[in-house]
Each structure stands twice: as C-alpha cells, then as structure tokens.
Design a protein around this ligand. Structure first.
Ligand code: HEC
Ligand code: HEC
Ligand code: HEC
Ligand code: HEC
Ligand code: HEC
Ligand code: HEC
Ligand code: HEC
Ligand code: HEC
Ligand code: HEC
Length: 346
C-alpha cells in the first residue's frame, strides 16, 4: 500500500513537473532584457542577457531553452542551476535527432574528460570548446573550432603551445589560409586527446613519424608546396628510424630534431635544424655533438647522387650483391648441367 501511494505521488509530481515546465516565451520576460545581469559576492558582474534570436543561427535552432536548461521547471526559478549536460542528447541511440557519434565515450577516456570527471574545474567540458548558445558545425566560418580559429580556442588554456605554434611554419601558413598545414587537432585528435606519454596518444614518441607522415609522406599534400616526401622514408631507414620502429623511445623521432610547436624550415636561423643550431639539437642525446655534425646530412637518400660518399658506397654494395647473386646462379646452372651430362654418360 505504502509503495502504491508513493508511486502515485511520484507520478503526480512528474506530471506536475511536465505541466509546470514554463514555455520558452517566459524566459524572455527576464532574459531578453538588455542589461539583465547579476552581481557575484566578489563584485564580478555576470550578464544574464540572452538575445531572443541567439539560437536562431545555431545548429540548435529548433531546441527550446529548457531542453538544455532542464532544471528550470518553474518561474521564477531558483538560482544555482546545473551546468548544461550536452550528453543528455549527444549519445548513440538518442531520440532527439542529434548525430549518432561515440563522442562521449571518446571524451570520457581522453585526458580532458578524465580530468573533468575527476573534478578538475580547469579541464574543458563540451561547451568550453563548442560554445553555449551559438554552437555551429565545426567547419562553419563562425565556429571557434574551424581550422583557423581552433589554435586560439585551445590556446585559451594552452598558452605556451599556442604562442609557439602561431610563429611556426605550420601556424604562420595556417593563419594565411593554407589548407594543407596542420592545426592542433591534426596532430592531437579532437575528443581523443591524450598526454604525449600515453602509448595511445597520436604524439607518443614512436607514433610521431606516422602522425607527421600523414602529410609528409603524401605527395598530394606537401609536394604541392615544394616540400619533399623523401624525409619520412629516409628517416625510416635511418638509425633513429629503425630504432623507433623497434619501439625505442630514446632514439630521435621527428619532433626530437624539429620540435613540435616551433617547427621552422632549415633556412630559418631560429630553426632547430638551422646548421648553427644542429650541435645543440643533436647534443641533447649525443653529448659529443659539435659543429662538425652539421656537415652530415640527416635525411640521406642513398639512391640520390647528392648523398655523396654514401651514394657511392650504397651503389658499390648494390652492384656487389647483384653480381654475387648472378655468379651464384650461373654456378648452380653449370653444376646442374655437369651432373646431367654425367648421368647420361653412365
Ligand atoms: C522572473 C525572471 C526570470 C525568468 C522568467 C527566467 N529567469 Fe533565468 N534567471 C533569473 C535570475 C534573477 C537569474 C539569476 C539567478 C542567480 O541569482 O543566480 C537567472 C539565471 C538564469 C541562468 C543562469 C544561472 C547561473 O547561475 O548563471 C539560466 C541558465 C537561466 N536563468 C535560464 C532560464 C530559462 C531557461 C528560463 C525559461 C525557462 C528562465 N531562466 C526564466 C530570472 C529569470
Ligand atoms: C543547446 C543547449 C542550450 C539551449 C537550447 C539554451 N541554452 Fe542557455 N546556456 C547553454 C550553455 C551550455 C550555457 C553556459 C553555461 C552552462 O554550461 O550551463 C548557457 C548559459 C545560459 C545563461 C547564463 C548566461 C550566459 O549567457 O552564459 C542563460 C541566462 C541562459 N543560458 C538562458 C537561455 C535561454 C533563455 C535559452 C532559450 C532562448 C537558452 N538558454 C537556450 C546551453 C543552452
Ligand atoms: C536537447 C537535445 C540537445 C542538447 C542538450 C544538445 N544538443 Fe547538440 N544537437 C542536437 C540535435 C537534435 C542536433 C542536430 C541538429 C540538426 O541537424 O538540425 C544537434 C547538433 C549538434 C552539433 C552539430 C553536429 C553536426 O555535425 O551536425 C553540435 C556540434 C552540437 N550539437 C553540440 C552540442 C553541444 C556542445 C551541446 C551542449 C552545449 C549540445 N549540442 C546540446 C540536440 C541537442
Ligand atoms: C577540447 C575541445 C573539445 C571538447 C571538450 C569537445 N569537443 Fe566536440 N569537437 C571538437 C572539435 C575540434 C571538433 C571538430 C572535429 C573535426 O575536426 O573533425 C568537434 C566535433 C564535434 C561534433 C561534430 C562531429 C562531426 O563530425 O560532425 C559534435 C557533435 C561534438 N563535437 C560534440 C561534443 C560533445 C557532446 C562533447 C562533450 C562530451 C564535446 N564535443 C567535447 C572539440 C571538442
Ligand atoms: C605538427 C604537430 C602538432 C601540432 C600542429 C600541435 N601539436 Fe601539440 N604536440 C605535438 C607533439 C609531437 C607533442 C609532444 C612533444 C614532446 O613529447 O616533447 C605535443 C605536445 C603538446 C602538449 C603537451 C605539453 C607540451 O607542450 O609539450 C600540449 C598541451 C599541446 N601539444 C597542445 C597543442 C595545442 C594547443 C596546439 C595548437 C595550438 C598543438 N598542440 C598543435 C605535436 C603537435
Ligand atoms: C578550458 C581549458 C582547456 C581547453 C579549451 C583545452 N584544454 Fe587541453 N588541457 C586542459 C587541462 C586543464 C589539461 C590537464 C589535464 C590533466 O593533466 O589532468 C589539458 C591537457 C591537455 C593535453 C595533455 C597535456 C600534458 O601535459 O600531458 C593536451 C595534449 C591538450 N590538453 C591539448 C588540447 C587541445 C589540442 C585543445 C583544443 C582542441 C585543448 N587541449 C583545449 C585544459 C584545456
Ligand atoms: C596536416 C598535414 C601536416 C602535418 C600533420 C605535418 N605537416 Fe609539416 N608541413 C605541412 C605542409 C603542407 C608544409 C609546407 C608548408 C610550405 O612550406 O608551404 C609543411 C612544412 C613543414 C616543414 C618546413 C619545410 C620547408 O621546407 O619549409 C617542416 C620541417 C615540417 N613541416 C615538419 C613537420 C613535422 C616534424 C611534423 C610532425 C611533428 C609535421 N610537419 C606535421 C603539412 C603537415
Ligand atoms: C636526427 C634528427 C632528425 C630527425 C629524427 C628527423 N629530421 Fe627532418 N631534418 C633534420 C635536419 C638536420 C634537416 C635539414 C638538413 C637535411 O635536409 O638533411 C631536416 C630536414 C627536414 C625537412 C626539410 C626542411 C627544410 O626546410 O628543407 C622536412 C620536411 C623534414 N626534415 C621532416 C621530417 C619528418 C617528417 C621526420 C620524421 C619522419 C623527420 N624530419 C625526422 C633532422 C631530423
Ligand atoms: C632524442 C635523442 C636523440 C637525438 C635528438 C638525436 N639522436 Fe642520434 N641517436 C639516438 C639514439 C638513442 C641512437 C642509437 C640508435 C640505435 O639504437 O641504433 C642514435 C644514433 C645515431 C647515429 C648512428 C649511431 C652512431 O652513434 O653513430 C647517428 C649518426 C646519429 N644518431 C646522429 C644524430 C644527429 C646528426 C642528430 C641531430 C640532427 C641526432 N642524432 C639527434 C638519439 C638521438
């Protein structure tokens, strides 16, 4: 009986809540007044003004105010509302019509999601990256997440990475509108961002060659800009590349020599690979490195005459191998012939 009563009471309160949910126009009574604001205890002023058309141009133009602000179910409403939970609609199997993507699952496992769920107030939740009322498709011109604006959006929290990136070759060309250079998420991912020391991270030491290689080994991307695709192959065949392929975290990957956010062409004096800076760059791991190290080319393509002595040594060994093999095959054929003749005779 008690159960039945509480069940009825529950149903009544639910239906009351549904009936009581105020229509959107009601919000405008207060929130559409320009200058509507509140003052925090510390004197800071927070604007509570929400222009009536603020959702109109967003992807959520068909959503009602309290579909997101779900705890506003009476007017006047109480202060201290909850943060909007975007994952109330953005999950696989949702009935709201939001795209079916495993974003929450990815985000939850990422460095940001883990930190936010553990209570780190500085870690971004969905709206910190996407915005609140003016959420756009990420590639839209006004989205803070489009390729060009994204670095500044991440840079609100990652100031040093942003500062370096903005003056790198990639960052400078990105701000000029070059469509082929990377933005933060091309190297880090979006909802899957990880610490560089996590093996799953796209910038984990042994995965960096693959991450840079997405573009630097692709003729249709970097070659258009006069940058050779040889660098990735020559790296893979180098001491460092072979050691990295076998899982060495000590050998140099692309970022050990080029940097990650401050990458510059070899001709730029500030570049880590500018000849005068080579001893310092290599010296991190090879204390014996001196100015002479600048003489050896790093990305050596042994099948190119520019490689000098290495080309001739490689060519010598190539022809030595070929002639040895040819000699061996001739020897076998002659031997077989001799045996056959012998058999026929006997
Ligand atoms: C009678 C005026 C009034 C109406 C109508 C009203 N609000 Fe508010 N709203 C306020 C006031 C006052 C505050 C500031 C509360 C406080 O002191 O934190 C506020 C704050 C908010 C906040 C911010 C909370 C925070 O802590 O920053 C949200 C979100 C909000 N209202 C949503 C809504 C929605 C959605 C509706 C319509 C369903 C609505 N309001 C209708 C007066 C109103
Ligand atoms: C797509 C979800 C969504 C919809 C729809 C939505 N809001 Fe919000 N609103 C947010 C988010 C996100 C914030 C930022 C604070 C937070 O995360 O809770 C916010 C913040 C606010 C605030 C606090 C002041 C500010 O601008 O940060 C007010 C007031 C508010 N909304 C009122 C409204 C009103 C009125 C409507 C309907 C016209 C509305 N919201 C519709 C997501 C939404
Ligand atoms: C009440 C349910 C609901 C809530 C809450 C909600 N969304 Fe949405 N969202 C949708 C629907 C439905 C669409 C699809 C709109 C369309 O295609 O017309 C959408 C679309 C989007 C898109 C565009 C996706 C694309 O590629 O088309 C983004 C980005 C987005 N939402 C982010 C957010 C963020 C960030 C929040 C929290 C601030 C949020 N949403 C809260 C229902 C919701
Ligand atoms: C660290 C910033 C960041 C956070 C936090 C974040 N997103 Fe995103 N989100 C992005 C970026 C960047 C893109 C653009 C993806 C791309 O370039 O392919 C995106 C894309 C999307 C899209 C559109 C996907 C598509 O392919 O159309 C939706 C929907 C979305 N996010 C929802 C969410 C939701 C829900 C959350 C919270 C669980 C969230 N995001 C948290 C940065 C973020
Ligand atoms: C060309 C690829 C690339 C781009 C573009 C890039 N990063 Fe990174 N990022 C890396 C690599 C590689 C590391 C790991 C560096 C290491 O282990 O020394 C890294 C490390 C980081 C770290 C960890 C701490 C640190 O600074 O070492 C943060 C935070 C970070 N990046 C943020 C960003 C932001 C924000 C942007 C955009 C403004 C960005 N990254 C653009 C490759 C990139
Ligand atoms: C609202 C602030 C905020 C925004 C926006 C933000 N981050 Fe972060 N990010 C953090 C915080 C806080 C951490 C540290 C979490 C921890 O260590 O527990 C972090 C961690 C990271 C790390 C790992 C850093 C390390 O030292 O290991 C990377 C990489 C990173 N963020 C990249 C990005 C990129 C790329 C974007 C943009 C798409 C972005 N972040 C947007 C706050 C932010
Ligand atoms: C999204 C594609 C992309 C990714 C990922 C990428 N790059 Fe680039 N990078 C480019 C393009 C395109 C250029 C050519 C820009 C120009 O000079 O016009 C470039 C230029 C460079 C240059 C200067 C070349 C020159 O001759 O001016 C260096 C060095 C470089 N990248 C190294 C790296 C390293 C190291 C990584 C990984 C940590 C990386 N890049 C990741 C696209 C990419
Ligand atoms: C051991 C250090 C080292 C490693 C590891 C390394 N590079 Fe280089 N890279 C250099 C040096 C030094 C130069 C300039 C001289 C040369 O071309 O040999 C250079 C030149 C380049 C250039 C041409 C830059 C210009 O301005 O002409 C590109 C692009 C490049 N590297 C990309 C990569 C990529 C991608 C990787 C990883 C797959 C990588 N490098 C790994 C040291 C390194
Ligand atoms: C992140 C650390 C690191 C950096 C930076 C680095 N190396 Fe190395 N290098 C190694 C390791 C570890 C090995 C041993 C690899 C192996 O196991 O074969 C190695 C091996 C070599 C070898 C072959 C073995 C030998 O000692 O003769 C040469 C040559 C070399 N590095 C040159 C360079 C040059 C030139 C630079 C700078 C442009 C450089 N390295 C930058 C870590 C590094």
């Amino acid at each position: 009986m008690r159960i039945l009563i509480s069940l009825c009471a529950g149903l009544i309160s639910i239906s009351l809540a549904v009936v009581a949910a105020p229509p959107v126009q009601k919000c405008e009574l207060c929130h559409a007044k320009p200058g509507f604001q509140k003052k925090l205890d510390n004197g800071q002023i927070i604007s509570l003004y929400v222009p009536p058309d603020s959702l109109a141009q967003s992807v959520h133009s068909k959503r009602e105010c309290n579909e997101c602000h779900r705890d506003v179910n009476e007017i006047p409403h109480k202060p201290g509302l909850q943060w909007v939970d975007c994952t109330g609609c953005h999950y696989i199997g949702n009935l709201a019509g939001a795209p079916e993507l495993p974003i929450y699952e990815q985000y939850r496992e990422s460095v940001h999601g883990r930190a936010a769920l553990a209570g780190n107030k500085k870690a971004p939740i969905c709206q910190d990256c996407h915005g609140a009322h003016n959420v756009q498709k990420y590639h839209a011109e006004g989205s803070p997440l489009n390729r060009q604006l994204l670095p500044a959006s991440c840079g609100r929290c990652h100031i040093e990475a942003y500062r370096q990136f903005a003056s790198s070759i990639h960052g400078k060309l990105l701000s000029e509108g070059n469509p082929a250079v990377p933005t933060c998420t091309d190297c880090h991912g979006e909802h899957t961002i990880e610490k560089p020391e996590e093996p799953g991270s796209a910038v984990f030491s042994t995965r960096i060659p693959e991450t840079c290689g997405k573009c630097h080994a692709a003729e249709n991307i970097v070659s258009k800009y006069g940058v050779s695709i040889e660098q990735v192959e020559t790296y893979t065949e180098s001491f460092h590349g072979i050691a990295t392929t076998f899982g060495s975290k000590k050998a140099a990957n692309c970022a050990s020599c080029h940097g990650s956010h401050d990458i510059l062409p070899a001709t730029d004096q500030e570049s880590r690979i500018f000849p005068a800076n080579i001893p310092k760059t290599c010296g991190k791991c090879h204390p014996e490195a001196n100015a002479n190290w600048a003489r050896g080319k790093i990305h050596v393509n042994a099948s190119n005459k520019d490689a000098g002595i290495i080309y001739y040594v490689a060519a010598f060994f190539k022809w030595l191998t070929i002639s040895t093999l040819v000699g061996l095959v001739i020897n076998i054929i002659l031997d077989l012939r001799r045996r056959l003749m012998k058999n026929k005779k006997s």
